[in-house]
Design a protein. Structure first.
Length: 634
């Protein structure tokens, strides 16, 4: 694949090359190969550091910034050439990206996505490929055989661009993000039959069929070998390395696994990214998953940025200028055709309008596998060099327009549908199950986590889950009003279930649902007010707490201290208020809401008129406590 990408880049960038590093060194003895290497590295790093923040600040995303930096450094200023070599190395960024995504998708979750992968993904490749084939043949640019190559090559989208945009937006785990990834995964798999199609179109039918059969068997055996190695070899390998305590060896082992699996898949005829993805999936259930992700992430970020810059470097402005009218028509035509088919397929397969729009504007670009297909077709004389260069330029321009299109797509969203995430409860089932990650639950969860307890938290707000993830909280998406969600989250395994939802109606429904399923469960519930507390106690929950009780008591104590009372005296008043409030709640639970007014010496409790505060004596404190107890607003 590296060789194909190198050839593709050379085909698309026929800019006169500078003298080689070796020639420079021989000619003047002043510029050596290491000097040139450092200069090119500085140019790439400098372009990334300058362009990415600017474009991010403008709301266009880092992807377009990297791409623009590559265009400026290469095709415009000619400061750096050799885009093919850079692209070959930078593709490792895509490899590492797929490995990290694989770590987040265990085999069971991947199996649940099979309908989108093989149904929606296959339909997208076939329908889009045929539609673009017809457009290519109608344009007169190619014959029907070249049209098939052009159409299906343009039907493939860019995994690197789409996934980077999803990661930047934090939408990888949304429903539309998962469906987008399913389509991209099928497209990666489709490169094998598409390369076989090129062989069939360019050679004898019988020979090609035999070659396709052999390649398919080899690919299947490679996938089986990868799965077996991941299940029986990788985890023991990391266990042995972890015992050494050598951090650098663990990093080296992570790189070895990613690159080794990538090369294995490449030798089998599949993509390197597919190999890395499979190895990530096999390690998704490993206890070393988070450490591996942390080790690979820096390499992924740098190399993926380099990949986008290399795409910009490979853009041939001369080809675009020479075919300006054709490019001006072809680029929007490709985007519109792909987006229309994607939207239609997503809507007919169950996506909401908003999700279908997001997918349609995320995946309308051509992809890096188009480079491979066009280059192979050129070698097989199905496409001319000029046509291949033109097609690769079209792919590159559609990539450049994708971040802009994704940003503009927000104007087409209805905003009516509530965003939902995929329900994935892999790893759930702790001693404490918290339902609702409200501000109340966030504080309680911090205490539990700080003590070393395992906590399973579920919430139905996509925004809240993303915000919590940025602070290191793992929140499971799910509706606590559904019994199947509670069971999947570990209801029957939990020692304590804490219901911390904000609305008392929602809280009551969840409490009733849990008690009907598990009557003996230990329930800790956030209460809305005093009346709600009485209602929850009537349901025999083990513990309830009004959401403002403790904060109100603390606030009052601190106010007393600010007025001159000692901390001990203020604390004594607060504790007495808490005790008397609890006594009154018990009386109200049996005798009604208006009971408990004659708790002291059979005299009603009446607030005293406000007077100027004075220094309180111990006797004054005791009198004040007795005078003001039980006066909370019911």
């Amino acid at each position: 694949m590296y060789c194909a990408l190198q050839q593709a880049s050379r085909a698309v960038a026929p800019i006169p090359r500078e003298p080689s590093r070796q020639t420079k060194r021989e000619n003047n003895g002043l510029t050596t190969a290491p000097d040139a290497l450092f200069t090119e590295t500085l140019l790439l790093l400098g372009g990334a550091v300058v362009a990415a923040p600017i474009f991010r600040k403008l709301g266009l995303g880092t992807v377009l910034g990297y791409l623009a930096a590559g265009v400026v450094i290469g095709p415009i200023l000619h400061l750096l050439t050799g885009a093919g070599e850079i692209l070959a190395v930078a593709e490792l960024g895509v490899v590492f990206l797929l490995f990290i995504i694989g770590l987040e998708l265990n085999p069971s979750r991947l199996w649940r996505m099979r309908a989108d992968i093989f149904g929606l993904g296959t339909a997208q490749v076939l329908l889009t490929g045929l539609a673009l084939t017809g457009a290519a043949v109608f344009s007169g640019l190619v014959d029907w055989r070249g049209g098939l190559v052009a159409g299906f090559g343009l039907a493939l989208s860019s995994t690197a661009f789409a996934l980077q945009l999803l990661n930047d937006a934090g939408d990888m785990n949304t429903r539309y993000g998962q469906r987008s990834f399913s389509i991209l995964l099928l497209q990666d798999l489709a490169i094998v039959p598409l390369l076989a199609m090129v062989s069939i179109l360019s050679s004898g039918h019988e020979t090609a069929n035999g070659s396709v059969l052999v390649d398919s068997i080899v690919a299947v055996l490679a996938v089986v070998a990868m799965v077996m190695a991941g299940r029986y070899l990788l985890t023991p390998l990391f266990q042995i390395i972890a015992r050494t305590g050598a951090r650098e060896v663990m990093i080296a082992a992570a790189l070895l696994v990613v690159l080794g699996s990538a090369v294995l898949m490449q030798l089998a005829g599949l993509s390197m990214a597919m190999g890395a993805f499979l190895s990530g999936v096999m390690l998704a259930e490993s206890s070393y998953r988070h450490e591996l992700e942390a080790d690979i992430e820096p390499f992924r970020g740098i190399l993926l940025g380099l990949f986008f810059m290399a795409v910009g470097l490979s853009l041939d402005l001369n080809v675009i200028l020479d075919n300006f009218v054709l490019v001006l028509v072809a680029v929007p035509a490709v985007i519109v055709i792909k987006a229309a088919i994607l939207y239609t397929l997503c809507r007919t397969s169950g996506s909401s309008h908003d999700d279908a729009v997001r997918i349609a504007f995320l995946l309308p670009q051509g992809g890096e596998f188009g480079f491979v297909l066009f280059t192979t077709a050129t070698a097989q004389q199905l496409l001319s060099n000029g046509t291949a260069s033109l097609l690769i330029s079209i792919v590159t321009l559609t990539m450049a327009l994708t971040p802009i299109g994704a940003a503009l797509s927000r104007r087409l969203l209805s905003g009516d549908s509530r965003e939902e995430l995929d329900e994935d409860f892999e790893g759930a089932g702790s001693d404490v199950l918290i339902i609702g990650f409200s501000r109340f639950a966030q504080i309680a969860a911090q205490i539990l986590l700080a003590s070393g307890r395992d906590v399973t938290i579920i919430d139905d707000s996509a925004d809240r889950i993303r915000q919590a993830a940025s602070f290191g909280f793992r929140i499971y998406y799910g509706d606590g009003n559904r019994l199947d969600v509670l069971r999947a989250a570990g209801l029957k395994r939990a020692k304590i279930v804490a219901v911390c939802t904000q609305k008392k109606e929602t809280t009551d429904r969840i409490v009733d649902l849990i008690l009907a399923e598990c009557p003996d469960v230990r329930l800790f519930v956030r209460s809305y007010d005093r009346i709600h507390s009485l209602s929850l106690r009537a349901r025999n929950v083990e513990y309830e707490l009004r959401e403002t009780l403790e904060s109100g008591l603390l606030f009052g104590r601190k106010t007393l201290e600010a007025l001159g009372m000692s901390e001990e005296d203020a604390l004594a008043i607060g504790e007495d208020i808490r005790r008397r409030d609890e006594e009154r709640l018990r009386i109200q639970l049996t005798d009604g809401l208006h009971a408990g007014r004659h708790m002291l010496h059979n005299r009603p409790v009446r607030p005293e008129p406000l007077v100027k505060p004075k220094r309180a004596t111990p006797d004054d404190v005791e009198a004040a406590v007795r005078a003001h107890s039980g006066t909370e607003d019911s």
